[in-house]
Design a protein around this ligand. Structure first.
Ligand SMILES: [Zn+2]
Length: 272
C-alpha cells in the first residue's frame, strides 16, 4: 500500500513529466472512482498543469486555474505517464490526455483509492478527504514530541492520518525499530529522549525510502513503471523469522493497531 515515500516518488515524477502541458481530453472509464461532479472534470481541456506535489499519501496535480486533481492511491492505485498509443491496461479508470501525445492514467484494481477535483479556493485538507495532520518531514522535533503526548499505542497513533500524515504500516514499523521503541508502547509513556529519537527515526526512514523511490511489495510502480528499491533496506517489515540486522535476534510478528506488526524483541523492549 503506497505511503508517503511512494506518493512522493509519484508526485515528483508527475511534476517532471507534466508541468507546462495542456490538457487535451479527459476520459472517465469508471464513474464511481471520481468523487465529484463529472461536468467539472470535462471542463479541464485547455488548462495547463502548474505543478504536482504530495500531501500525506495523496498525489495532487495543480492546474493554472488553481484547480487540483487529487489522487488517493488506496491499496493498489497506480499513476502512469504513457504515450497515447500505449496499450490500455485493465482497471484503468481515468485517462487525462495532454497536448503532445502524453497521457496520465490512473489504475486501481482494488478500488480503495479515488480521484477528486478541488476548486481553486478549496483546501485539500478538510472534511471531503478526512483530516490530515502535519507532514512528518516538516514538523519540528518539539511539535512531534507534543503529538506523542496521548495515551494511545504508539503504532496506532503514528498510523492515524489525522495526527500525522503519510505514515502507514511499513514505515511505522521501520521507524519504531530504528528508534528502539516497542510498537505497543503507550505514546505518552515515552521519555523526551525517546520521542526525539523517534522523530529522527521517522525522518531518516522516510528520507532514505524516498531516495530509493519507495517500497515495492506487490503492486507499487512509479509513473515510469519502475518498482521501488527500499524493500531491500527493511529492517523488520515482513522480515519475521529472520535475524535482526542490529542484534541477530529473530524478528517477531504480532498484531498491533489491527495490523501485522514486525519488531525485534531484543532491540524494542516493552517498558513496564
Ligand atoms: Zn534487534
Amino acid at each position: 500500500m503506497p505511503e508517503l515515500p511512494e506518493a512522493e516518488t509519484i508526485a515528483r515524477a508527475l511534476d517532471e513529466a507534466l508541468v507546462g502541458r495542456v490538457v487535451g481530453g479527459v476520459v472517465l472509464l469508471r464513474g464511481d472512482v471520481f468523487r465529484g461532479r463529472v461536468d467539472r472534470l470535462t471542463k479541464l481541456p485547455g488548462v495547463r498543469v502548474e505543478r504536482a506535489y504530495r500531501r500525506g499519501k495523496r498525489v495532487i496535480v495543480v492546474f493554472e486555474t488553481g484547480e487540483k486533481l487529487v489522487f488517493g492511491l488506496g491499496m493498489s492505485g497506480r499513476l502512469a505517464v504513457v504515450t497515447r498509443e500505449a496499450e490500455l491496461e485493465t482497471h484503468t479508470h481515468l485517462r487525462v490526455g495532454f497536448a503532445g501525445g502524453v497521457e496520465l492514467r490512473f489504475r486501481d484494481p482494488r478500488r480503495f483509492g479515488g480521484v477528486w477535483l478541488f476548486a481553486a479556493d478549496e483546501a485539500v485538507v478538510g472534511k471531503r478527504l478526512g483530516l490530515l495532520g502535519p507532514e512528518p518531514l516538516e514538523i519540528s522535533s518539539r511539535g512531534f514530541c507534543g503529538l506523542l503526548d496521548r495515551r494511545r499505542q504508539v503504532k496506532a497513533l503514528l498510523m492515524d492520518q489525522a495526527v500525522i500524515a503519510g505514515l502507514g504500516n511499513i514505515y511505522v514499523d521501520e521507524a519504531l525499530h530504528r528508534a528502539g521503541v516497542h510498537p505497543m508502547t503507550i505514546a505518552s509513556d515515552l521519555t523526551e529522549d525517546e520521542r526525539r529519537g523517534l522523530w529522527r527515526a521517522v525522518r531518516s526512514v522516510l528520507r532514505t525510502a524516498i531516495k530509493h523511490r519507495g517500497t515495492t511489495l506487490m503492486d507499487y510502480r512509479d509513473p515510469d513503471g519502475a518498482p521501488g528499491g527500499f524493500q531491500q533496506k527493511h529492517r523488520v517489515y515482513r522480515r519475521d523469522g529472520q535475524g535482526c540486522r542490529t542484534c541477530g535476534v529473530v524478528i517477531e510478528k504480532i498484531v498491533a493497531a489491527g495490523r501485522s506488526t514486525h519488531f525485534c524483541p531484543n532491540c524494542q523492549v516493552l517498558g513496564l
